[in-house]
Design a protein around this ligand. Structure first.
Ligand code: BGC
Length: 396
């Protein structure tokens, strides 16, 4: 990975907690340089197998997550690096082929009424070779959203670059994923932050919805995908009936707080129309409750992970939403905020400590796992998504 000093505008320290927000804007050249660096980070972070590592410099993230990887592949598609995206989707295809027996066993046992344990479900992250991980940490593996996200990203890929051979090659992986999601979407599982395994999360359901809808668009007469579409509709009714509080989506069923990952329910997954009542109310809550004084976005109010900082990928995600809601200036603010958080060499961390929600929790995490992950490929990917939304897709 290059280690050049990109621009003197980057990597300036943020304001001290409680200090006044710094709202300087970078010039277009600096933004472009960061886009180029992001492309390099995504290139350097792709293994020969096609897997995209979550973060090369943070031991527990040296795996490929379906969720992170799918957003990275999507960003690559937007900047004309579709070959890299294809390599990722092929890696998913091979990885899921290796998981077929496990998935089939879970489906069969579940259908006969057996109660499954978390270890019976497919993992959320795999080694770069596509095998189940055997790291020292036990991971919070039962998460369904990444399975929806990769389907969504694959749909976006083929929409931009139709490729019959690839569509056919990935059909078994899509079918397996659709059957898996169709069977299990009602079950509680870890949210996209790998927490709260006993709850059902509307943001996870949104990703599943986006994936099931993408699959039936790709294979419109495929019976598995048609059944997936039925399940997607049932899922939407379910969220409408159970996932709202005063018309706005909640983090998990039965809770009252909001989570920034709910942005996905509008953009990109389209569980509800991005400019419809439900999403505008949800957006309003996120903007009021989860945006720090300097404009960065928290995951949720009670977050304590590494002290509960502002997340670059979520701030870019909010900007992405704003571009879809016709609020370009706000989207630009988000892009500039993300850009300002880059380190002097352009690397983007997972989160920053300008306004921690729970500062006392920072040190214990750092003692456990080291400094918070940087570069995080997903942060770079979301920067590119927002950047291309604002300035146009295509080769950088
Ligand atoms: C985040 C996940 C992410 C993973 C790898 C975790 O800390 O909560 O959303 O997929 O890191 O980046």
């Amino acid at each position: 990975m290059t280690d050049l000093l990109i621009s003197p505008q980057l990597g300036q320290p943020g304001p001290p907690a409680g200090g006044s927000p710094v709202a300087t804007r970078l010039d277009r050249a600096a933004l472009r340089e960061l886009a180029h660096h992001s492309r390099e980070v995504l290139q350097a972070g792709q293994a020969e197998t096609g897997a995209l590592i979550a973060s090369p410099a943070f031991t527990v993230y040296r795996y490929c997550w379906l969720r992170d990887g799918a957003f990275c592949a999507h960003a690559l598609d937007r900047i004309g690096q579709s070959g890299q995206a294809v390599a990722f989707f092929r890696w998913v295809g091979r990885t899921l082929a290796g998981q077929e027996a496990k998935a089939e066993s879970a489906l069969t046992r579940f259908a006969t009424g057996e109660k499954l344990s978390a270890a019976d479900f497919l993992n959320t992250r795999f080694t770069l070779e596509g095998t189940e991980e055997t790291g020292e940490e036990e991971w919070w593996n039962f998460q369904l959203d990444g399975y929806g996200t990769w389907l969504w990203a694959f749909g976006e890929h083929l929409r931009r670059a139709p490729n019959e051979k690839l569509r056919e090659e990935l059909r078994p992986a899509v079918e397996l994923t659709v059957r898996y999601l169709s069977a299990f979407w009602r079950l509680p599982n870890y949210d996209c932050w790998e927490e709260n395994v006993d709850d059902v999360h509307p943001a996870t359901l949104a990703a599943i919805y986006g994936g099931l809808v993408a699959a039936v668009k790709l294979y419109p007469s495929n019976p598995v995908c048609l059944e997936g579409k039925k399940q997607a509709n049932a899922l939407r009714r379910f969220v409408r009936a159970n996932g709202l509080l005063e018309g706005s989506l909640v983090k998990s069923l039965g809770r009252e707080d909001v989570d920034a990952s709910l942005l996905g329910a509008g953009v990109p997954y389209g569980l509800f129309p991005p400019r419809g009542k439900i999403m505008l109310k949800t957006l309003d809550r996120i903007a009021k409750e989860l945006v720090a004084p300097d404009g960065g976005v928290y995951r949720y109010r009670k977050d304590v992970y590494f002290g509960g900082g502002e997340w670059l990928l979520l701030t870019a995600w909010l900007g992405w939403y704003y571009t879809q809601a016709g609020q370009r200036e706000k989207a630009l603010d988000c892009l500039h905020w993300v850009a300002r958080q880059a380190r002097p060499n352009g690397d983007m961390p997972e989160q920053v400590t300008n306004y921690l929600l729970a500062p006392e929790h920072r040190q214990p995490w750092e003692e456990k796992w080291g400094l918070s992950a940087s570069p995080l490929l997903w942060s770079h990917a979301m920067y590119l998504v927002l950047y291309t939304n604002l300035f146009g897709e295509g080769r950088l």
